[in-house]
Design a binder for this molecule. Structure first.
Ligand code: BTN
Length: 252
């Protein structure tokens, strides 16, 4: 059940792999590695992160032995950049369904939830050289058997093993996950990826309050577009487009 470099290299061959028993953040390693132009699909995996990060500079906790912390190096064309978030969320959702987990939904734009509780976070971070895109590190944090009892996440987070009521093998899940990422990389920019992502979103028709760069947007979500933006009908009846933001459903 422990992860190690040799096992992951063999399992994921010929994909380049860097495994760390403990690292600050797999994103830091991957973003430095992609600047050296390593292969697309190369991965950085850690058993434990001491300074894992989530969106908006939040902390992401990865204690040893209980989760998957992985960063996948990708070189999408710049116009497909908004679809990288979709790709991460869709690949995770497919992994979960393949395991037989019920009630898998994507909370816009990129949380994957089981029965309303977060099981995975997706953090795509781009590396730029001036205005040229050098590449993306797609960071995925998946809760496998974390113990959230007594923590601030007790009511909002869950794990794959608690949903399945059985143990899973992290290395095996990483292999399946990367197969799905490869598949969707071949379909980047297509309606198929956008439609698959959209069909799993729990947000269409919901009342939302979103903090975005332009301030707070409140209204009913009418649709999402192929760049992943929400189309929200505000109280004045105008359609607002929100590309990235933090979202609260209803009054929360
Ligand atoms: C979020 O929901 O805010 C995104 C969380 C992303 C966490 C993963 S764990 C692997 C990779 N390394 C990091 O430091 N963060 C991402």
């Amino acid at each position: 059940m422990t992860l190690n470099q040799t096992q992951l290299e063999e399992l994921l061959s010929p994909r380049p792999v860097k495994f760390y028993p403990q690292v600050e953040s797999t994103q830091n390693i991957a973003m430095a590695w992609l600047a050296d132009r390593t292969e697309s699909g190369a991965v950085v995996i850690a058993d434990e992160q001491t300074a894992g990060r989530g969106r908006y500079g939040r902390k992401w906790h990865t204690p040893p032995g209980v989760a998957i912390a992985i960063s996948i190096i990708l070189y999408p064309p710049v116009e497909a950049l908004p679809q990288i978030t979709m790709l991460g969320a869709v690949a995770i959702a497919e992994l979960l369904r393949g395991l037989g987990v019920e009630d898998v939904r994507i909370k816009w734009p990129n949380d994957v939830r089981l029965s309303g509780k977060k099981v995975c976070g997706v953090l795509p971070e781009a590396v730029w050289d001036g205005d040229e895109l050098r590449g993306v590190s797609l960071g995925l944090g998946i809760n496998i058997r974390n113990d959230f009892s007594g923590t601030e996440f007790e009511d909002t987070a869950t794990t794959i093993e608690s949903a399945l009521n059985r143990q899973v093998d992290r290395a095996g899940l990483i292999k399946i996950l990367l197969d799905r990422i490869d598949y969707w990389m071949d379909h980047l920019g297509t309606d198929s990826l956008y439609n698959t992502w959209k069909s799993q979103l729990s947000i269409i028709g919901e009342q939302v309050n979103i903090g975005s760069d332009g301030g707070i947007v409140s209204g009913i979500v009418e649709d999402v577009d192929s760049d992943g933006a929400l189309l929200v009908r505000d109280s004045k009846g105008e359609l607002q487009r929100v590309l990235a933001g933090d979202i609260a459903l209803g009054g929360d």
